[in-house]
Write a protein that binds this ligand. Structure first.
Ligand code: ZN
Length: 140
């Protein structure tokens, strides 16, 4: 089983949204990190084992910018913890699942990540992410 690692919201402005969420719920967001490989900026609020991620496009050329223009702000993806992301991807591939990446890429906080095609899962985009070695959530 792959427990939830984080749920991500696509927003035009991390700053604006994080201020709102802090005011309403007292959520504390981390410093904004840029991930040029994904064309996004991210920030996380942590709740024990679970996090909320805000993602904002780095530019108008970002795929996320196209998503926001078409669908507006809202939920973007659900990320599941993986202890062995390449093993999980190989299993899904063997099951005939359409993957957006067949090998893991580097995401926020240096974690290894990969996305499934949302066509496979009722229109919801799922991410697999493997915590950095030595992180406590990676324990057996
Ligand atoms: Zn994510």
């Amino acid at each position: 089983m792959n427990p939830i690692d984080h749920i991500a919201m696509a927003v035009f402005s991390i700053k604006e949204t994080s201020v709102t969420l802090q005011r309403l719920f007292n959520w504390q967001f981390s410093d904004i990190e840029e991930i040029p490989e994904q064309g996004v900026k991210t920030s996380f609020a942590a709740f024990g084992d679970m996090q909320i991620e805000l993602i904002e496009p780095m530019s108008n050329h970002s795929k996320l910018h196209a998503f926001l223009t078409k669908r507006g702000e809202g939920l973007h993806h659900i990320a599941l913890k993986s202890k062995d992301i390449q093993g999980d991807l190989n299993n899904l591939d063997r099951l005939g699942v359409q993957l957006l990446q067949k090998t893991a890429q580097i995401g926020a906080n240096g974690k290894r990540i990969a996305f499934l095609s949302p066509k496979e899962t009722a229109g919801v985009l799922f991410e697999l992410c493997e915590p950095l070695k030595g992180e406590k959530e990676g324990h057996e």
